[in-house]
Write a protein that binds this ligand. Structure first.
Ligand SMILES: [Zn+2]
Length: 492
């Protein structure tokens, strides 16, 4: 097995990856709070870890990948104030909280499925682990790191920091935290504003509540991940991932809870995926600079000139390294679509390539090595994709007769190219593999485009619209541009 290096947010360095148990990897990723449609930023985060999961499996590891569903306890602000996000939505829509949870869990799964995600090994829910969370709180109280006030239980950050290090992941100093934390609701029972809730007593109107030794209430948001990761992966496990925005307070609190309950540092490697922007700006519903994952498939967004297939979007996302900010724009997506099509066309012509006695024009074994080198360097998918395009160039040269490939090398290319493209990057081939058929189909659609143009010249807009609409009905979309009309074929 080749050496894999992963950037560890805790140490701030790339480290050689060594699993706790040989051949096995335990990985936990913070999942969504299911109170609204999944955000594109979340899709990117989960896609990064889908790629990590795929690559670890490809390297031969047996991976237990746990990604939770938060269905209770996540309040409006990430601190301990405001309403429960799910309960609030249930109130607004006059439905049961579990109907909210069901609706958006289904949406989450459908969206991820559209982007060809592998399902995690376990997908535990916060409400299914209330007992484990209560047990964790009992341990933390017993060890002296939490206190109860009026039926709520809070984690004592100051006390914890006397013997441990609160802030080591997010590189925050406790003095600054004390200085910068204001008590927002003014009526808090907390000893210190930077303490956080492990259990909250439910107000009278609060609909999601469970009995506990302290009150009828609900667990604090940070607690579920500690309880569930410990249950399924053990007190110390290999990889914990999530979006950059979860580093503080969420992940910092997870570390504190684990160390306070069982005394061990829970995670060896902390991984954080970066944020994304749209046209260089932060995405926000309030400003309209916003796009939902499903908008790509319909093209119904002021930010898009046409629809894009899920594979093109996936390809686009993976063209940036998971630790870099990714900027979405229509222009960049169009460029990615071209690149994606080029890559798939190269895969499609592989079976028809002529074999020669020897390979001239590329060192295939070195190319394979370079692909692994890219992925082993902290899952560097953009470098891997650049390597794939070196091969695309070579494949096209073979086709033109300006390069040559031996039968053995062609077998190697066939195997590794498909592994990297389909198994590791998780792309699908949305183009037709039967190039002959594809050619005829293209010609047919082009014929219809020509007939439509003729109808438009004759001002027979009834007919021209009919051609466009009938094609759209069967999943072929015409796109009128400066250089004429192009088309895209939906392939779902
Ligand atoms: Zn979490």
């Amino acid at each position: 097995m080749k050496d894999l290096f992963i950037y560890n947010s805790l140490s701030g360095k790339k480290e050689k990856f060594k699993p706790i148990k040989e051949g096995l990897v335990g990985m936990y990723v913070c999942g969504p709070t299911v109170y609204s449609n999944v955000h594109l930023g979340n899709v990117r985060t989960f896609m990064s870890f889908d790629m990590v999961f795929r690559y670890l499996k490809h390297l031969g590891y047996k991976v237990r990948y746990v990604r939770n569903i938060t269905d209770a306890g996540h309040l409006e602000d990430d601190a301990d104030s405001g309403e429960d996000r799910i309960a609030k939505k249930a109130h607004l829509e006059k439905i049961e909280p579990m109907e909210v949870v069901q609706r958006y869990t289904v949406d989450f799964h459908q969206t991820l499925n559209n982007f060809n995600f592998l399902p995690p090994s376990i997908e535990p829910r916060a409400t299914g682990h209330i007992i484990e969370q209560i047990e964790t709180i009992k341990e933390i109280i017993k060890n002296g790191f939490a206190y109860e006030v009026n039926g709520s239980v809070y984690f004592d950050v100051i006390k914890f920091n006397e013997t441990k290090n609160y802030g080591k992941l997010s590189k925050r100093k406790i003095e600054d935290l004390i200085h910068n934390t204001r008590n927002l609701d003014g009526q808090s029972d907390k000893k210190n504003p930077q303490d956080f809730a492990l259990w909250k007593k439910a107000e009278q109107h609060h609909i999601m509540r469970w009995p506990s030794p302290w009150s009828n209430g609900f667990p604090g948001w940070h607690l579920e991940c500690t309880a569930m990761s410990t249950k399924y992966l053990g007190e110390n496990f290999d990889i914990h991932g999530g979006g950059m925005d979860l580093k503080f307070p969420h992940h910092e609190c997870e570390i504190a809870q684990s160390e306070a309950s069982h005394g061990k540092s829970p995670v060896n490697v902390w991984m954080h995926a970066n944020m994304l922007t749209l046209n260089g700006q932060k995405m926000a519903k309030s400003t309209g600079n916003f796009i939902l994952p499903n908008d790509f498939f319909t093209g119904n967004s002021k930010h898009l000139s046409k629809k894009f297939s899920s594979s093109v979007v996936r390809f686009f996302i993976l063209q940036a390294h998971y630790r870099s900010v990714l900027d979405f724009s229509n222009t960049a997506l169009l460029a990615s679509e071209k690149g994606y099509n080029k890559l798939m066309e190269a895969i499609n012509i592989l079976p028809s390539l002529k074999k020669s006695d020897e390979t001239i024009g590329m060192n295939v074994k070195l190319w394979i090595k370079d692909c692994y080198k890219a992925m082993n360097d902290d899952f560097n998918s953009p470098i891997l994709i650049a390597e794939l395009f070196k091969l695309v160039k070579f494949i096209n040269q073979i086709k033109d007769g300006s390069a040559f490939v031996s039968s053995d090398d062609l077998n190697l290319i066939n195997l590794h190219l498909k592994e990297f493209v389909f198994d590791i990057l998780g792309l699908k081939n949305d183009t037709f593999s039967d190039t002959k058929f594809e050619g005829k189909l293209k010609e047919t659609v082009q014929l219809l485009i020509a007939m439509r143009n003729e109808a438009r010249e004759n001002k027979d807009f009834k007919l021209s619209d009919k051609i466009r609409d009938r094609l759209l009905n069967i999943g072929i979309q015409l796109n009128d541009g400066k250089e004429g009309t192009t088309f895209t074929i939906e392939n779902k």
